[in-house]
Design a protein around this ligand. Structure first.
Ligand SMILES: NC(=O)C1=CN([C@@H]2O[C@H](COP(=O)(O)OP(=O)(O)OC[C@H]3O[C@@H](n4cnc5c(N)ncnc54)[C@H](OP(=O)(O)O)[C@@H]3O)[C@@H](O)[C@H]2O)C=CC1
Ligand SMILES: CC(=O)N[C@@H](CCC(=O)OP(=O)(O)O)C(=O)O
Length: 317
């Protein structure tokens, strides 16, 4: 029998992308809702409770409402919002962190899909904390350059109004300047840190594509390590992963043309990790790039579904 799937929030930026991928599966049957009733709780409840797997591609409050509408004990949920990413009874959907993380997703009925900035940050930092190289209270500073589709339909409209000729598209825009970005709780908790990083996201003029920049003073690490050693540790940690790749060590910046394209993972489910460093100055930089709509949202959600249903993890990705 085919597994039944329902996407709540199908007409949004993330919902549409998830639906695009789902349409490639012959193993699945889609449950559809009338467009005019897409916000009607009664209609949504019927769809939610007839599904084996539900994707929630909604703002946080609507996600919480959807979860409260699920009464069928067999319905499994993958939530793309921020609502449950640090909840103790939900599984965090980042399988590459460890075998234990992947196994927990396989068994789970409630999977919270990581935030886009958070995915790149946690992939960079978790192995360092886990292997005792970075103490949990290390004072991390991180910037993240992101495409504007991360802000959903409303932000896309702002950037694309007047044919893209408006004040938003003039230059990059740092935001979340209260230094309290909504991804901080998951970034801290899921990396194993005990204090929040100082995190500044920056909107670019590109539609999608994101890169986090984690700055490290190597003398503050708990083990004596330089940038090359950090590169080796990350390479070993992710050596068997299909979607998380540690790129060659950048002894020679010419290898990357002296600058990095943050959109190079667009339209893929890949996250690529770079390590740069300057031993004389005792500094290192971990840069992780991904597609905020790919590994940062819909790609990760599909990957989690593949794991939950026992499909090949990379199916249709
Ligand atoms: N864009 C991104 O890069 C990422 C987004 N996310 C998260 O995914 C979720 C969806 O984001 P995104 O796709 O960008 O947002 P959009 O604004 O593009 O889409 C939101 C969707 O939610 C629907 N919706 C809003 N309120 C309700 C409601 N009360 N009941 C039913 N449906 C409702 C909208 O329907 P309508 O058609 O009526 O507008 C729309 O389909 C958010 O939680 C976001 O934070 C996560 C990772 C990355
Ligand atoms: C560009 C932009 O505004 N991005 C959003 C995050 C996008 C995202 O991943 O949000 P989730 O928490 O739903 O995962 C922001 O920084 O608030």
């Amino acid at each position: 029998m085919k597994n039944k799937i329902f996407v709540d929030g199908l007409s949004g930026t993330t919902g549409l992308k998830i639906h695009e991928r789902l349409s490639l599966y012959t193993e699945l049957e889609m449950i559809t809702i009338d467009y005019d009733k897409r916000r009607d709780p009664q209609e949504r409840a019927k769809c939610l409770n007839s599904a084996d797997i539900v994707f929630l591609c909604l703002p946080d409050d609507a996600s919480r409402e959807a979860v409260s509408l699920v009464t069928n004990p067999n319905t499994r949920i993958i939530d793309a919002s921020t609502a449950y990413r640090t909840a103790s009874d939900w599984t965090y959907g980042l399988p590459e962190l460890s075998k234990k993380h992947r196994e927990a997703i396989r068994e789970s009925k409630r999977v919270s899909n990581p935030g886009c900035h958070a995915t790149a940050f946690i992939l960079s930092v978790y192995p360092l904390v886990h292997h005792g190289v970075m103490s949990p209270d290390y004072p991390i500073v991180c910037q993240s350059l992101t495409g504007y589709s991360g802000g959903g339909k409303t932000l896309i409209e702002k950037y694309e109004s007047n044919d893209g000729k408006n004040e938003y598209t003039k230059a990059p825009r740092p935001y979340s300047l209260t230094l309290n970005h909504k991804h901080l709780p998951e970034m801290t908790m899921r990396s194993g840190l005990s204090q929040d990083p100082l995190f500044v996201p920056i909107l670019g003029q590109n539609y999608k594509g994101l890169a986090t920049l984690v700055s490290i003073h190597t003398k503050l690490l708990s083990k004596k390590m330089n940038a090359k050693d950090i590169h080796t540790l990350l390479s070993e940690h992710y050596q068997d992963e299909k979607f998380v790749k540690v790129m060659p060590f950048a002894d020679d910046l010419l290898l990357f043309d002296g600058a990095i394209d943050i959109t190079a993972c667009n339209d893929t489910n890949n996250a690529e990790i770079f390590v740069f460093g300057n031993d004389a100055k005792g500094t290192a930089l971990i840069m992780t790039r991904l597609d905020n709509l790919g590994k940062g949202a819909s790609g990760a959600a599909i990957q989690n579904m593949n794991i939950m249903l026992g499909f090949d993890e990379g199916l249709h990705l």
